[in-house]
Design a protein around this ligand. Structure first.
Ligand SMILES: C[S@@+](CC[C@H](N)C(=O)[O-])C[C@H]1O[C@@H](n2cnc3c(N)ncnc32)[C@H](O)[C@@H]1O
Length: 368
């Protein structure tokens, strides 16, 4: 194990192997115990402890830390267990000022310590639903929806011009991005939030201290790749003349075919294989109203050259390149020349493993 980075506030540890890295709060120099948990999150029986020495002075990135494992159960394979701190909180990625402002405005909690305790309590509950890296890294409070400003402003303009315009956030998790765009003017009652996990959406209400009446977006739980939830239909040439169904009365996304003015997707496409990324793109395209100006936009992991890269240790992730992503939308999903695709790459650093730069591609697809 060695130090990946250290700031005046915390020390980030990492080790090669099937585990995430950790942030220790910067403590007084000395010896500390780490409690080791099993792969499923349960404590080992009898418990296993690691003794860790935090030295004095500034600790340079890359410094080795000497980790001694003391396991009371003689046959336990200590080194094959993921390590976790007893309180697995990753402060490294905690809310920035924009995110804190949104959380304060929504929750009414203005004291920083109180707000952090509230967020941490929800984070703990979320980790029992699915302990994704994005939960450990406070991904559920990150605002991404406005990070491609031309697309964001375009969608807000769509809502200003058409008060009945519908917006879908696919893979919405807690609904943090939807809360941001609601604050900036997109009416919440015209929003559809959808995710595999209902529990995340419910935790979003806990986190933002909202209810289905104070934040009236429709939530549709389901697997976007499942045809029973979102069917793949050919694109229509013209908008439908009948009124759109009320999303609050639906149980699947299929009836919204050709009804949505805008669709947002953050950190979702990179969860899937190349074939499934194309299938999801086709399904979403079918939901978009066939009218100039309607838009799909979002962000996810990408690379300069398309292909598989290492994601979280031990797992491969398929990444499009900006070029292949543009070709997918303009030519495969939509007829060539019928959409304008924009992309922008940002290097987020080695957040998933120690070897691979994670590039976040922000993108938009606008019907012409
Ligand atoms: C990495 S999180 C991103 C959450 C949110 N969009 C954000 O950026 O903060 C991916 C989300 O996609 C959801 N998800 C994964 N597979 C899905 C699927 N097949 N259909 C719908 N949602 C899915 C997960 O439950 C999770 O909430």
């Amino acid at each position: 194990m060695h130090i990946l980075s250290s700031t005046s506030k915390d020390i980030r540890l990492g080790r090669r192997g099937p585990q995430q890295d950790y942030v220790l709060p910067r403590l007084l120099p000395g010896w500390y115990w780490l409690l080791i948990f099993d792969a499923d999150g349960s404590p080992l029986d009898p418990p296993a402890l690691a003794l860790i020495w935090l030295p004095t002075g500034r600790i340079a990135d890359g410094t080795d830390i000497h980790l001694f494992l003391t396991n009371l159960h003689k046959n336990s394979p200590v080194y094959s267990c993921p390590l976790k701190m007893a309180d697995p909180q990753d402060n490294h990625n905690y809310a920035n000022p924009e995110e804190l402002a949104l959380l304060k405005a929504q929750t009414g909690i203005h004291n920083d310590d109180e707000l952090k305790a509230h967020i941490s309590a929800v984070q703990k509950k979320a980790a029992t639903v699915a302990n994704y890296p994005c939960i450990q890294r406070f991904g559920f409070i990150k605002i991404k929806i406005n990070k491609f400003p031309s697309a964001y402003n375009h969608v807000l303009e769509l809502a200003r011009k058409d008060p009945s315009a519908l917006l879908l956030d696919i893979g919405c998790c807690f609904g943090n991005d939807l809360r941001k765009i609601a604050l900036d003017g997109f009416p919440a009652q015209n929003m559809i939030a959808s995710d595999l996990r209902q529990d995340f959406w419910n935790l979003g209400h806990d986190l933002f201290r909202s209810t289905p009446s104070t934040f009236p977006a429709a939530f549709l739980p389901g697997d976007a790749l499942d045809d029973a939830f979102l069917a793949l239909h050919p694109l229509l040439d013209a908008p439908l003349s009948t009124p759109a169904p009320d999303p609050h009365t639906l149980t699947s996304l299929t009836p919204l075919r050709a009804r949505l003015s805008a669709i947002h997707s953050a950190s979702v496409f990179h969860l899937f294989s190349e074939a499934d990324q194309l299938r999801l793109a086709r399904k979403l395209a079918g939901l978009l109203v066939p009218r100039a100006g309607s838009m799909i936009w979002g962000c996810h992991g990408a690379q300069a050259e398309k292909g598989y890269v290492e994601g979280v240790p031990g797992r491969k992730m398929f990444c499009h390149s900006p070029e292949s992503w543009r070709a997918l939308w303009d030519g495969e999903v939509f007829p060539k020349g019928s959409v304008k695709v924009a992309t922008h790459m940002v290097n987020a650093g080695r957040i998933l493993n120690e070897r691979t730069d994670f590039w976040m591609m922000f993108w938009s697809v606008e019907r012409l």
